[in-house]
Ligand binder design. Structure first.
Ligand code: FNR
Length: 374
């Protein structure tokens, strides 16, 4: 065991800041424009208090749950974040191994630095694939097919291949991330696009980040509910919609046949002044009315945050930056340690709230700002 291992996510963030070039730390850490939503994603968790119940035998805590029928030892899964080689030379393969060691689900980003096939064959795990719908529909369709077909070819359907598509719906255009614009952020094109698409690497004469220019050329601002229909027509995998924060869209997602809804504001990297996700969760949970699972991401830094999300109706939470920080600080071991720490913190929170299983975590275990006003 190394000496002086970090004891929480914030300490990993500090280590990541020291380990990374400023441009890359800013890319990971930053949000859109005034970063109001970025601060609020975390601050809103701080305004929810817990109502511990005592004198309940908590000698056995079972954090296990299921998602789309897959068993998980805890409700914490890995959010899709792009370009893991900025944090570690092994990139998403290291993250995939960390997630697999924790027996949890990793959602592989469309903007990964490792190939789909490489990640799939790196270790046994259940994985989901995150998708952007590009103007070039053929590029998106090809990647969906590649992610899906692995499961059939490998004949080990339980361990290889991706089991769901996470369609990111909050990015018809790229949010204005000012740190990236200032730093003229450059990033490597995903090797998944090799042979499908090229991108001229010359710095843009118009200024801004290369990422912004790439996004302008690739992302499709005409993205609409019709594209969910299109995606359903090209894959038999379940489709989760990521980036929903209102009851209206949650109902539409269910009507469109989504297998799940992910309450997300893209880690506050898209629309600034969008609500902090933990504040939007309950409205979405009510709208979905148990028809499909609801997940949440954004600002989860503590096991108590996970507990609060469960109490407000989330089936699972996704963590983005914390895993990235772990990867930047200590590679695969760091990413794994971050997930393990959050699991441990959740276990303690459940014990101290008198909850022996995730099913026992209820709305009565939290007090939100709204509750206090009422
Ligand atoms: C992201 N996110 C993201 N989402 C997505 O659908 N596709 C992607 O490629 C990326 N890339 C990405 C890169 C980085 C560096 C970050 C920080 C985030 C958003 C991500 O999936 C998730 O919604 C947020 O990261 C959740 O917030 P926290 O946990 O980072 O606070």
């Amino acid at each position: 065991m190394e000496d002086n291992l970090p004891v929480n996510v914030r300490e990993y963030q500090e280590l990541a800041k020291k380990a990374l070039p400023k441009m890359h730390y800013d890319y990971i850490n930053g949000g859109a424009e005034d970063e109001y939503t970025l601060r609020e994603n975390i601050a809103a968790y701080g305004r929810i208090l817990l109502r511990p119940r005592v004198l309940i035998d908590v000698s056995k805590i079972d954090m296990s749950t299921t998602l789309l029928g897959y068993n998980m030892p805890s409700p914490i899964i890995v959010a899709p974040t792009g370009s893991h080689k900025l944090a570690n030379p092994e990139g998403e393969v290291a993250t995939a191994r960390a997630a697999a060691a924790c027996k949890t689900i990793m959602v592989l980003s469309f903007s990964s630095n490792c190939k789909i096939e490489e990640v799939a064959s790196s270790c046994d795990a259940i994985r989901f694939y995150q998708l952007y719908v590009y103007k070039r529909r053929d590029v998106s369709a090809t990647l969906v097919r590649r992610a899906e077909s692995l499961g059939f070819k490998a004949r080990r359907a339980e361990s290889l291949g991706f089991k769901a598509i996470v369609l990111t719906v909050d990015t018809p255009v790229l949010g204005r991330r000012e740190a990236d614009i200032r730093n003229r952020m450059v990033f490597p094109l995903s090797p998944n696009f090799e042979g499908l698409m090229s991108f001229d690497d010359e710095p843009g004469t118009e200024g801004g980040s290369k990422m912004e220019r790439f996004a302008r050329e690739t992302l499709d601002p005409s993205l609409s509910w019709k594209d969910v229909e299109w995606l359903k027509s090209i894959t038999s995998l379940p489709i989760l919609l990521k980036g929903i924060v209102t009851a209206e869209d949650a109902r539409k997602a269910v009507d469109a046949g989504a297998a799940g809804v992910i309450v997300s504001n893209h880690g506050a990297r898209q629309l600034d002044y969008a609500p902090p996700t933990i504040a939007a969760l309950e409205e979405v949970v009510k709208a979905v009315a148990g028809v499909v699972p609801v997940m949440v991401d954004g600002g989860v830094r503590r096991g108590t945050d996970v507990f609060k999300a469960l109490a407000l109706g989330a089936k699972a939470v996704m963590v983005g930056r914390p895993v990235f920080y772990g990867l930047a600080a200590r590679g695969e071991a760091g990413a794994r340690h971050v997930i393990e720490m959050l699991n441990k913190e959740l276990e303690v929170a459940m014990a101290l709230c008198g909850c022996r299983s995730v099913a026992e975590v209820t709305r009565r275990h939290v007090v939100t700002e709204g509750d206090r006003i009422r």
